[in-house]
Design a protein around this ligand. Structure first.
Ligand SMILES: C[S@@+](CC[C@H](N)C(=O)[O-])C[C@H]1O[C@@H](n2cnc3c(N)ncnc32)[C@H](O)[C@@H]1O
Length: 323
């Protein structure tokens, strides 16, 4: 079996630890699965008028299939495959011949394997250690990159860690292949300004209002940081949300950026739906993971919704083409 060797690694940091992943996806995951709908898609959906969460999720999966030029492809890699919704959709609807899905969650992988979906290969593996058997025609990574830089507050460190991922993806793709990425993102000015500066609530890219912060803004900023720390301790340990600038910089010289969508409205609609479903499943959730853990999840989802509504964060969908 031939193995494509990846590029030389310049650091040994491998993103969110296996323990933190298991906490989020395998322990808290029992509750998330109650709220995500039958496809178990765990990322922001793509909405149009009249949609349900389910139809908006399928639209999002189809968007990525087309954006990555994966329709009819021989081999596609799904980095951070969650509970496998995209893998199944690629094979059943988009005529992909073989999909490799990698996840760090043993619970994700066990569930996918139980489904026995044809042409879907699941590996419990960090992308950092991934060695493909042959090049991929397309790569899709939906809301996994939030795990790749850990929780360092230093921009240069985060960019270097994202760049490792772009280097590896570049090595795994065939010439001219595309990668479609979706991520939660801070607005243009980065995490600190996004949390503490007043916003006009209208534009996820230019969240600053332009006015000088007052006392109310200061107390709001402190509350936002408190919510961010709570999420980081209890729900999303060792995660960090990037900016558009960080990802663009990290991919430079390796990929051409073909498309950027700022889909904040999709983020708001999905989070509203998740909060509603989480509230409706409180009692069952408490039996599965305990009332305190359910409270932590709902608090985090409400904070994420507030940040999106205020234009502090957004949902980015980016298409990269291998140079
Ligand atoms: C928020 S979930 C998104 C799942 C899926 N893409 C979806 O949209 O439903 C993030 C996924 O990324 C995976 N992940 C996180 N860090 C990873 C890494 N370093 N290598 C591979 N997968 C990783 C997690 O195990 C999880 O499956």
């Amino acid at each position: 079996m031939s193995v494509l060797f990846g590029p030389r690694k310049t650091s040994t940091y491998k993103g969110t630890s296996p323990e933190a992943i298991r906490h989020h996806y395998d322990f808290l995951g029992d509750f998330y699965q109650l709220t995500l709908g039958p496809e178990r898609v765990y990322s922001l959906a793509m909405w149009e008028p009249g949609d349900t969460l389910e139809s908006a999720q399928l639209r999002k999966l189809d968007h990525h299939a087309r954006a990555a030029n994966a329709v009819g492809a021989e081999r596609v890699l799904d980095v951070g495959c969650g509970w496998g919704s995209l893998m199944r959709r690629l094979v059943e609807t988009h005529d992909v011949k073989h999909v490799v899905g990698i996840t760090m969650s043993p619970g994700n992988a066990a569930w996918i394997r139980e489904q026995n979906w044809p042409h879907c290969e699941t590996r419990v593996e960090n992308w950092y250690d991934h060695k493909p058997d042959a090049p991929y025609d397309a790569i899709i990574a939906i809301e996994a990159i939030e795990h790749f830089a850990g929780n360092t507050v230093w921009r240069s460190k985060r960019v270097a860690r994202y760049r490792e991922f772009f280097r590896s993806s570049h090595a795994w793709l065939r010439a001219g292949g595309r990668m479609s990425v979706q991520t939660n993102a801070w607005n243009t000015h980065g995490w600190f300004a996004a949390m503490v500066m007043p916003t006009n609530g209208e534009n996820g890219q230019n969240g600053r209002s332009g006015r000088r912060p007052g006392l109310k803004d200061l107390s709001d900023g402190i509350k936002n940081i408190r919510e961010g720390l709570h999420a980081s301790r209890k729900v999303f340990p060792e995660c960090f949300v990037p900016t558009l600038g960080e990802l663009t910089q990290a991919s430079r010289g390796l990929f051409r950026v073909m498309d950027v969508r700022n889909d904040r409205a999709d983020g708001i609609a999905t989070l509203e739906s998740w909060v509603e479903r989480a509230e409706a499943n409180r009692a069952r959730g408490a039996e599965l993971i305990g009332a305190e853990a359910v409270d932590d999840i709902i608090r985090e989802e409400r904070a994420a919704l507030k940040f999106m509504r205020e234009g502090r964060s957004t949902s980015l969908r980016m298409v990269f083409e291998k140079i």
